[in-house]
Design a protein. Structure first.
Lengths: 370, 338
């Protein structure tokens, strides 16, 4: 049969977002489609811009802490930690031991909670409805723990410059221990339902691949980079706080595809649980706040401090002019950087692949648009 | 019985036939609507049970009237027709999808003698009518003038046309055993042994292909909420959307009913009245469909088609060949010679 040359096909442009079930917030991807195939992707961001960095210039150093909760709102503790450590570095404050340990516990719990959300929402983006509930059920217990220590569940503002806001209540440790004891069972249940599912594997393996060079060129960090084969984790490479005291591994996967980015989160949850167990074992008694002046006035100067956030390297650049308000704060947010590589990953796949890939990058729009 | 009663009133034959048809239609409509409404509730409850939630529990005892409340809400909502829509097609599509969904019930034997039209081409009629659903979805997807709808409609055609073939072939095995397309004959032939035991492969193929035919997970690419919002139904609102939604459950009910008729012995069973047996079996099938839907993630479109053409179709052909050989061997053994 002669090919039908009169049949004209055209590429279509599809606006995925800003209101779309799987953009995880108000983010827009302009997809150029050839049928179901994605031939071009363009990121459009800025729908959630709140000017947090500018707002910081009119707040005192302590007043800015609640704003950091609203960056990556799924891992508020980590944002708190990054910011207060930056200011402490600038002022040269020594944090008490107990506060350091509490910070580690809270930060790792936050990381687990954030990874839980990623696992759940990626399962959901691939229509694994039931699998969504398992991580969220377990995350609920972490939020309960947070509620015990600081009264809120999402926007925590628990850390202070020089320590933490409050000591843990007596019921916290048993609750945390029972959570850690039951964590592997929840993961096993989840892995059985979705991680090892044939359809899920077929949807994810080899999809949205990015090789190590490209990943490094785009500045991808965190679990997404470790899924490409580089065991780069600031907690190990350049330990901040007291991370050098703990024994844990940095999980690595080598394919750099959607499936590896998914699995690496499961592995990291296990490692975070290990850190928490050790921190809980060694938790010393003592004060939870260092002696800090009532009004925080760092000396004139600037500081850049980065920590390993849940999504990658989270950096705070603080410039002080000696007054009680920061002259400038810049936030290097991992989601923003990681999202930059989405067009490269999604190109050449189908729409369904693009959705899976976006979910695997694990962006939080609060952090992309600061 | 109805005929005799009507004739005794001195009505002419055409009136008797018409009234009988109307009564059947009403019966089927009542059955279908009640079940579809209940199925929506059931699906929500089942998924809630699987997901450690409560599900609807506010309207009526255990939330049983939730679907009724939803239906009333949808009836009261504004019916929006997009300005750029292909108006005529847009208006007709929800109705077109519902007609075949109801029509197929004509040949379902709910019990001995409880069949609206015992056609001699029963099963064929079912497949022919059911396949027109594709057109309605395509109409809906095209008329909305929405890119997501169009993508959904394209997927629908690819998927439903492909999966129709293994569906038909899987049924062929049963038809070969019975030697008739009449549904009443097929049920009668299963007095001794259910065809699920003689045709296990065919049952599996039927189950998979039927899941794809009624667009349920993991083959719910047509709607694919996470990718294309609601596929062809994206632009529909109010009762038009509800009709699509209802037809989905009507279709689920009808493929389950056909599965029971073909493989699970229809209305046959001990002790309980036949129609009750039928309902029980249909609901077991539906529960299977729901179980699958709430367990598996969605498959990708190219995998879906590959699975169909490279695995399901050859398998169904092999099944037909095997059935043919089996019948011949059985006959030879029975008659004691080739």
């Amino acid at each position: 049969m002669k090919p039908n040359t009169s049949l004209v096909t055209e590429e279509i442009t599809l606006n995925m977002g800003p209101q779309h079930p799987s953009t995880h917030g108000v983010y827009r991807a302009v997809l150029t489609l050839d049928g179901e195939k994605v031939v071009g992707v363009e990121n459009v961001i800025g729908y959630l811009h709140r000017g947090i960095e500018k707002l910081a210039e009119d707040r005192t150093y302590t007043q800015f802490i609640p704003y950091t909760d609203r960056l990556d709102y799924l891992a508020a503790m980590l944002n708190n930690l990054g910011y207060v450590q930056a200011v402490e570095k600038l002022m040269g404050i020594e944090v008490p031991e107990r506060a350091e340990y509490l910070r580690i516990i809270m930060a790792e719990l936050s990381r687990i909670a954030s990874h839980y959300v990623m696992l759940a929402s990626m399962a959901l983006d691939l229509s694994g409805w039931t699998a969504w509930f398992i991580p969220f059920r377990d995350r609920e217990r972490i939020l309960d723990l947070f509620e015990m220590v600081c009264g809120s569940r999402l926007t925590l503002s628990y850390m202070r410059i020089g320590g933490v806001a409050a000591d843990i209540p007596p019921e916290f440790v048993p609750a945390l221990k029972s959570f850690l004891a039951e964590l592997p069972r929840g993961l096993e249940e989840f892995n059985g339902l979705i991680t090892n599912n044939e359809i899920f594997k077929a949807r994810c393996q080899g999809v949205g691949r990015i090789d190590l060079e490209t990943a490094l060129a785009y500045g991808i960090t965190g679990p997404n980079l470790r899924a490409c084969g580089l065991p780069f984790d600031l907690r190990k490479v350049k330990p901040y706080g007291i991370y050098d005291r703990f024994d844990f591994e940095v999980p690595v996967r080598h394919n750099g595809d959607t499936y590896d980015r998914f699995v690496i989160r499961v592995l990291e949850i296990e490692q975070s649980a290990r850190i928490i167990e050790q921190a809980l074992r060694d938790l010393p008694e003592g004060p939870i706040m260092a002696k800090v002046p009532r009004v925080i006035k760092p000396p004139q100067g600037e500081v850049y401090h980065q920590i390993e956030g849940a999504k990658g390297i989270l950096g705070f650049y603080v410039v002080s002019d000696g007054s009680s308000k920061p002259y400038r704060i810049h936030i290097h947010s991992p989601s923003f950087v990681n999202l930059g590589a989405f067009p490269v990953m999604a190109k050449g796949g189908t729409i369904q692949d693009a959705v899976a890939t976006l979910a695997s990058i694990d962006i939080v729009l609060g952090e992309v648009d600061r | 019985m109805l005929d005799a009663l009507l004739s005794s009133w001195g009505l002419p034959l055409w009136a008797v036939t018409t009234i009988r048809a109307l009564v059947y239609l009403l019966g089927v409509l009542a059955f279908v609507f009640l079940n579809a409404i209940y199925l929506i509730y059931l699906e929500r409850k089942i998924s809630a049970y699987m997901q450690q939630r409560l599900g609807p529990n506010r309207v009526g005892p255990r939330g049983i009237f939730q679907s009724v409340a939803d239906a009333i809400k949808l009836l009261c909502k504004e019916d929006i027709i997009p300005r750029e829509a292909d108006k005529w097609v847009f208006l007709v599509a929800p109705i077109v999808i519902f007609i075949p969904a109801i029509m197929v019930y004509a040949i379902i034997p709910f019990g001995p003698g409880m069949i609206a039209a015992d056609l001699n081409i029963g099963v064929f009629y079912f497949l022919a009518v059911a396949s027109t659903t594709t057109i309605a979805i395509l109409m809906g997807g095209w008329a909305g003038n929405n890119k997501y709808s169009l993508l959904g409609a394209m997927r629908t055609v690819a998927q439903m046309v492909s999966y129709e073939i293994p569906l038909v072939f899987s049924i062929l095995g049963v038809v070969m055993l019975v030697g008739s397309l009449k549904t009443s004959d097929i049920v009668a032939a299963q007095k001794e042994i259910w065809f699920i035991l003689l045709q296990p492969v065919a049952f599996l193929i039927y189950f998979i292909a039927a899941t794809a035919e009624v667009n349920r997970g993991p083959f719910d690419l047509v709607e694919g909420e996470q990718e294309i919002i609601a596929g062809p139904f994206t632009e529909f609102t109010a009762m038009r959307y509800a009709l699509f939604y209802l037809s989905e459950y009507t279709n689920l009910l009808s493929v389950s009913a056909l599965a029971v008729t073909l493989f699970l012995g229809g209305w046959q069973g001990p002790w309980l009245p036949p129609w009750l047996w039928f309902i029980i079996k249909v609901y077991i099938m539906i529960l299977l469909f729901m179980w699958v839907r709430w367990t598996f993630p969605r498959i990708r479109i190219d995998h879906l088609l590959q699975f169909n053409w490279k695995f399901l179709l050859p398998l169904s052909l092999v099944n037909i060949l095997g059935t043919g050989i089996g019948i011949k061997v059985y006959q030879a053994l029975m008659t004691g010679g080739w």
